[in-house]
Design a protein around this ligand. Structure first.
Ligand code: GLA
Length: 423
């Protein structure tokens, strides 16, 4: 990728007061799980049905070897296609022997023995999206099976909903009943199992049905897919960002909007775009689920996934998803409060050319300057008194952690102007 050099100018200007208020004491999740967004691996976006025991073992080893597991990427999640076409004589789900010769209980053990977690995929309806047996009619026994295999995370899709069993009920009402039943079964399973749900994604683009589903999803699920399936192209990243960015009010510790997996490491995005997806997902408190060949990550992709400062934004314990506080031409400006009074801010350029934007601190939800800005991709710092001006590469971001200078006495008098390099 071509490197583009960008400048950020921080103007020291006069103070003004801020009336912007944000949620202060978020509710907790019902099952007490996923108090920060899940982090780990899911095979689907990169591998589809080409999965095997070997892939998950290799991925687990790579997560450990690269240091990604230490940074929090510990969920190793199997997506669709793991199960045989038919249940066994006792009505139980079985893994495909050819793909998982040692079975999934063994795989769960293997992951746990290495300090990792084990996630699995199913569908709440009759069939999964790849035509494998769904959970409907088998909820309790399937949850028992998952618990016996040591599952820590269930992604429950909704490809083939059992609408015919609930005459007179609409999509949202049926989904609420079915997912509610699974949620209860999980809570009684004897294991702590994070619950990832898909219904909103199936009514994406239908405002009424979407609003109905969103009204209950956070009381049943720990996270939920908000958009179409992500794929390895800028168009898809932009679409899933647009679908997610207005949903901040639904997110809180234990309950997260999920714009789908990370494409970092895959060839369809430039490194700049990969950095952008990672920054936007962290700003939106999204799950960080890698979907690429972790064993062969380039040093650049590994560096993106390993950016501790950006991960810390995603994992901030306050759990408040960013709001888009302003749009200026092609630049979206997002801000979220962090624990301890800091803020994370992203300037995102959707457009085809370098662009520039200015924003007042008050618009970002920051009461008063001066503040210290730390650029989370360059590490450079500067001070601003009441507004920030940035130039941002096409499809790029400038991302800051911002805190009051007052709370950091060690900070020396600031430059009036700082130059930033954004690759
Ligand atoms: C749906 C989901 C994807 C993936 C596939 C598997 O499309 O949205 O994330 O799980 O099913 O078939």
């Amino acid at each position: 990728m071509r490197l583009s050099r960008l400048c950020l100018m921080v103007f020291l200007c006069s103070l003004s007061a801020s009336p912007l208020a944000w949620a202060t004491s978020p509710p907790r999740s019902e099952n007490g799980l996923a108090l920060t967004p899940p982090m780990g691996f899911n095979d689907w976006a990169h591998y589809g049905c080409h999965i095997s025991q070997r892939l998950f073992v290799k991925t687990a080893q790579a997560l450990l070897r690269t240091g990604l597991a230490r940074l929090g990427y510990r969920d190793v999640n199997i997506d669709d296609c793991w199960m045989a076409r038919h249940r066994n004589a006792y009505g139980q789900l079985v893994a495909r022997r050819t793909l998982f010769p040692r079975g999934l209980k063994w795989l769960g053990h293997y992951l746990h023995a290495h300090g990792l977690k084990f996630g699995i995929y199913e569908d709440a309806g009759y069939k999964t999206c790849q035509g494998r047996p769904g959970m409907y009619g088998h909820i309790r026994e399937d949850v028992r099976t998952f618990a016996a295999w040591g599952v820590d995370y269930l992604k429950l899709d909704y490809c083939d909903p059992p609408m015919n069993r609930y005459p007179g009920l609409d999509f949202s009402q049926v989904a609420h009943r079915v997912y509610g039943a699974v949620s209860r079964a999980l809570r009684h399973s004897g294991r702590a199992i994070v619950f990832s749900c898909s219904p909103p994604a199936y009514v994406y683009g239908q405002p009424k049905a979407y609003a109905e589903v969103m009204s209950w999803i956070g009381s049943v699920c720990n996270l939920w897919r908000t958009d179409d399936d992500v794929y390895d192209a800028w168009k898809s990243i932009l679409a899933n960002y647009q679908g997610n960015v207005g949903l901040w009010r639904y997110a809180h510790p234990g309950a997260w909007n999920d714009p789908d997996m990370l494409e970092v490491g895959n060839p369809g995005l430039t490194l700049c775009e990969q950095r952008t997806q990672f920054s936007l997902w962290a700003e939106m408190a999204a799950p960080l689920l890698i979907s690429t060949d972790v064993a062969h990550l380039s040093p650049q992709a590994l560096a993106i996934l390993s950016n501790r400062a950006v991960i810390a934004v995603d994992q901030d314990p306050l759990g408040v998803e960013a709001r888009r506080v302003r749009r200026e031409g092609p630049i979206d400006i997002l801000s979220r409060p962090l624990v301890g009074g800091a803020h994370a801010v992203v300037f995102f350029n959707r457009g085809p050319a370098v662009a520039r934007a200015t924003v007042r601190l008050t618009t970002l939800g920051i009461r008063r300057g001066p503040v210290l800005l730390r650029n989370l991709w360059t590490g450079k710092a500067a001070v601003a008194r009441d507004r920030i001006t940035v130039r941002v590469a096409s499809h790029g971001v400038v991302m800051f952690r911002i805190r009051s200078v007052g709370s950091h006495p060690a900070i020396r008098p600031a430059p009036t102007r700082a130059d930033w390099v954004h690759n």
